[in-house]
Design a protein. Structure first.
Length: 394
């Protein structure tokens, strides 16, 4: 059973700062025969979501993801096409949008619940649970204008999830609060999944999308580019779209006397992937073509975090794996096992240069993004081998 279905869905917005939309403000443009200036946030979207699915929506900023959730939540009206839903919807879009700054947290709980359509008697019964979930017992009677931004959205999130919806719409709000509160939010999402709720999740945290979602929509410039398996769609987004639209600070140069023509990242089972397991293995296959015989070339790599922190780098020269010469086509394989990186987004750079480092034959800087998933509770960028010992005093 489909509970969300979009047919030829589109949303057009007038650009801001173009004057009043009143008759008087529009008259000069009308007399000139000018059409209203605006843009399509979404265009010709067609998709369906079945009951009980958790579906992610990914894409760069400005691609139309939040507009899509607004249309599904019916806080916006489509310009063209339609979107139909079945069941009660709770939308975690603009958390705290109904809060009044001069009212206390307690008063805003009831105000926000009324806006969301939750009966007052239901909120009375759930009030203690809402406050405890938000962790604001000591501040609930303080005006929310004195709350920190984290306190504000924690309370708003706690109210919104008490609506017990059939369909939950989530727009980047799982990043609110501290780590402990984020874990509580994720646990609540898992509880909704166990109850057979339908969830539509917008997030830039791709590892979270892959973990929670059974299906992913990739949107770019208001168009639905791809829908399907999370690993496949995320891989396409990382390897093709983020590079193609310039979201990654990539660089590629060199004489191309040796050219890296095909790069494949393989997981521990030998499957091409953009997502890897911490503690598992990653293999990088490099197919190259040498335009002439070149003596003692050096192949190298480095890995950086998403914010540019240099994690590790090495090459065949450092590893004392000399390559006597290359000519024509060949393949280099790099295997990293165990992969000790922790959960996050990383960028792989590859290079081949002369033995004396004087000539860069081909360099690909940050051109190969990938994700690492980690099931452990350890924190950090990479795993250290460590052991604990305890000896009780006699």
């Amino acid at each position: 059973m489909n509970v969300i279905e979009a047919r030829n869905l589109g949303k057009w917005f007038r650009r801001q700062g173009l004057g009043s939309p009143t008759l008087l403000g529009s008259l000069p443009r009308w007399l000139r025969g000018a059409k209203p200036e605006g843009f399509w946030a979404l265009r010709e979207l067609n998709f369906s979501i079945r009951k009980g699915q958790t579906v992610g929506v990914i894409g760069p900023n400005g691609s139309g993801k939040s507009s899509l959730l607004g249309l599904v939540a019916q806080t916006m009206t489509p310009t063209e096409g339609s979107v139909e839903t079945v069941g009660r919807i709770s939308a975690l879009l603009e958390l705290g949008a109904g809060f009044h700054p001069d009212l206390s947290g307690r008063e805003n709980v009831f105000l926000s619940a009324a806006i969301l359509g939750i009966p007052r008697e239901d909120i009375r019964k759930r009030f203690d649970h809402i406050v405890d979930f938000a962790g604001l017992r000591d501040f609930i009677d303080m005006p929310v204008k004195h709350y920190s931004s984290g306190m504000y959205v924690r309370l708003a999130f706690s109210v919104a999830i008490e609506m017990n919806p059939d369909i939950l719409l989530v727009d980047e709000v799982l990043a609110v609060g501290d780590m402990a509160f984020q874990m509580k939010c994720l646990d609540r999402i898992r509880a909704f999944q166990r109850q057979g709720k339908t969830i539509l999740l917008v997030s830039h945290a791709l590892e979270t999308v892959e973990e929670f979602c059974s299906d992913v929509l990739l949107i770019h410039e208001g168009r639905l580019i791809m829908q399907g398996d999370p690993t496949e769609v995320i891989s396409t987004y990382l390897r093709q779209y983020m590079v193609r639209i310039g979201l990654l600070n990539v660089e590629e140069h060199g004489t191309r006397e040796i050219e890296m023509r095909s790069i494949r990242l393989l997981d521990e089972d030998g499957r091409e992937s953009a997502t890897f397991r911490s503690g598992g293995a990653m293999t990088v296959e490099i197919d190259y073509a040498a335009q002439r015989r070149i003596e003692r070339p050096v192949f190298g790599f480095n890995i950086k975090t998403g914010n540019g922190f240099y994690v590790f780098g090495s090459n065949t020269q450092i590893a004392r794996v000399p390559i006597d010469a290359v000519e024509g086509n060949g393949r280099i394989r790099l295997r990293i096992e165990p992969l000790t990186l922790k959960q996050g987004r990383f960028f792989l750079s590859l290079a081949v240069h002369s033995w004396d480092h004087a000539v860069q034959y081909h360099r690909q800087e940050d051109l190969h993004p990938f994700l690492v998933k980690d099931a452990s509770g350890d924190k950090g960028v990479f795993q250290l081998n460590c052991n604990w010992e305890h000896r009780a005093s006699s």
